[in-house]
Design a protein around this ligand. Structure first.
Ligand code: F6R
Length: 253
């Protein structure tokens, strides 16, 4: 389930090829999408490939993992803006099929519940993209989140807020709360591709490798998923035992 690629660019190729294949074989596929710096090269390569290969993206449905509470979809730091900027504006999607949680919903708990039901009504996620936080979070399921959690409102950990402050320049403050798909919706995806790149993820990747499945390192739950791939570049894999690094680099994903 672990795969090591030389660099983020080769990962972008691999992941975008997988996306294109899935959309070609099932144009109304339901995708689970992530934001964050890790996904930027992936979306940019995906846009290029869709254009070159004239792939029809108009029938696919997508559900994003998360959104900050208190930011409108138009706020430049919202995940809604991120998705428009990196993906949605560049291809002829059917906008009515692209879903993100609403960080300004008047009743956030009710909205989280509805979001979860919406995913279920669409038949669940077929292919879920994930990044991972430096503390092992997936979506915004922070360490300690029960594995039976569904879409919910979360108070972001200090570590996550510190990590994400790089996207909030000036005096802007990283919101304290977010809505995130839960571990249940994520684990119900039929296939999962988690991408981790860069040295800043090497420590948590090594932790994933060493540890049993534990709620304290949320992405260890993927060890229980029958079709999850952990896709690393060499920097993110650099704290794995050397023998493991050598073996995995030799095996094409
Ligand atoms: C974003 C998300 C988060 C990020 C994670 C890594 O939608 O769900 O789990 O994937 O925080 O972020 P980057 O890629 O910025 O290191």
């Amino acid at each position: 389930m672990l795969h090591i690629f030389p660099d983020p660019s080769s990962i972008a190729d691999y992941v975008s090829n997988t996306l294109v294949e899935r959309i070609r074989s099932k144009p109304d596929v339901v995708l689970g999408l992530a934001t964050g710096a890790t996904m930027e090269p992936v979306y940019s390569r995906f846009v290029e490939k869709v254009r070159q290969q004239r792939v029809d993206v108009s029938r696919l449905t997508s559900f994003n993992l998360d959104e900050y509470v208190g930011l409108s979809g138009d706020h430049p730091k919202s995940y809604s803006s991120y998705m428009r900027q990196h993906l949605f504006e560049h291809l002829p999607f059917d906008r009515s099929r692209l879903h993100l949680p609403d960080g300004l919903a008047p009743d956030l708990d009710a909205h989280s519940h509805e979001y979860s039901i919406k995913v279920e009504r669409c038949g669940g996620i077929e292919l879920q993209l994930l990044g991972v936080g430096s503390n092992g979070h997936i979506g915004f399921n922070e360490p300690g989140t029960p594995f039976d959690s569904r879409c919910h409102v979360v108070r972001l950990s200090e570590r996550t807020r510190r990590d994400n402050s790089r996207f909030f320049e000036g005096n802007a403050v990283v919101p304290e709360f977010a809505i995130t798909m839960g571990m249940v919706e994520i684990m119900q995806a039929r296939e999962i591709l988690l991408v981790a790149t860069g040295e800043s993820k090497a420590h948590i990747v090594a932790e994933w490798y060493r540890r049993e499945v534990t709620e304290m390192v949320p992405f260890t739950v993927l060890k229980r998923h029958p079709r999850a791939k952990i896709i690393l570049d060499e920097a993110a894999a650099s704290q794995l035992p050397e023998q493991v690094q050598r073996t995995l680099m030799a095996v094409p994903a």
